[in-house]
Design a protein around this ligand. Structure first.
Ligand SMILES: Nc1ncnc2c1ncn2[C@@H]1O[C@H](COP(=O)(O)OP(=O)(O)OP(=O)(O)O)[C@@H](O)[C@H]1O
Ligand SMILES: [Mg+2]
Length: 126
């Protein structure tokens, strides 16, 4: 069982979480490493863009990885819309969350005006 919590409040901490998770996945010889990294990177980027700061909890238990992104930002106004390809409230492509959903085996979003919690589960291939 691996369990780590990362604070995300700037681009440097974004880089740190990516390099630490890359090392963990390399050590475990995970074949779908890139998928896990894309998911973490996208959730961390959204925290920085829309909530300024937050945390990512990264857990591996047997062959299941759980990624939990938590922030105290403004919340996602409309989850269905946020999951549509091409929707962005910023000036971006609006592909992040739809990709996370497609690449993961399970994604749950809890959001309110007090913040957002996104829980993603994925099976590791070895
Ligand atoms: N943590 C968050 N807090 C508040 N709103 C969020 C959060 N994450 C996503 N959103 C909202 O959901 C929308 C869709 O997110 P998504 O990641 O798909 O697109 P994007 O970040 O705008 O663009 P891209 O990821 O393609 O650069 C965002 O534009 C934003 O309005
Ligand atoms: Mg995004």
């Amino acid at each position: 069982m691996i369990s780590e919590i990362f604070n995300i409040k700037n681009r440097i901490e974004h880089q740190i979480i990516i390099s630490k998770i890359t090392k963990i996945l390399n050590d475990l010889k995970v074949k779908n490493k890139d998928t896990v990294i894309i998911i973490v990177s996208e959730l961390a980027t959204n925290i920085l863009k829309y909530a300024n700061k937050g945390k990512i909890k990264f857990e591996i238990n047997k062959d299941i990885v759980t990624i939990i992104a938590i922030d105290n930002g403004p919340g996602i106004k409309d989850i269905d819309l946020a999951l549509k390809e091409g929707f962005t409230s910023g000036k971006s492509l609006g592909l992040g969350l739809p990709s996370v959903k497609r690449l993961s085996h399970k994604m749950d979003i809890e959001t309110s005006s007090k913040g957002t919690k996104i829980i993603v589960k994925l099976k590791l291939e070895k």
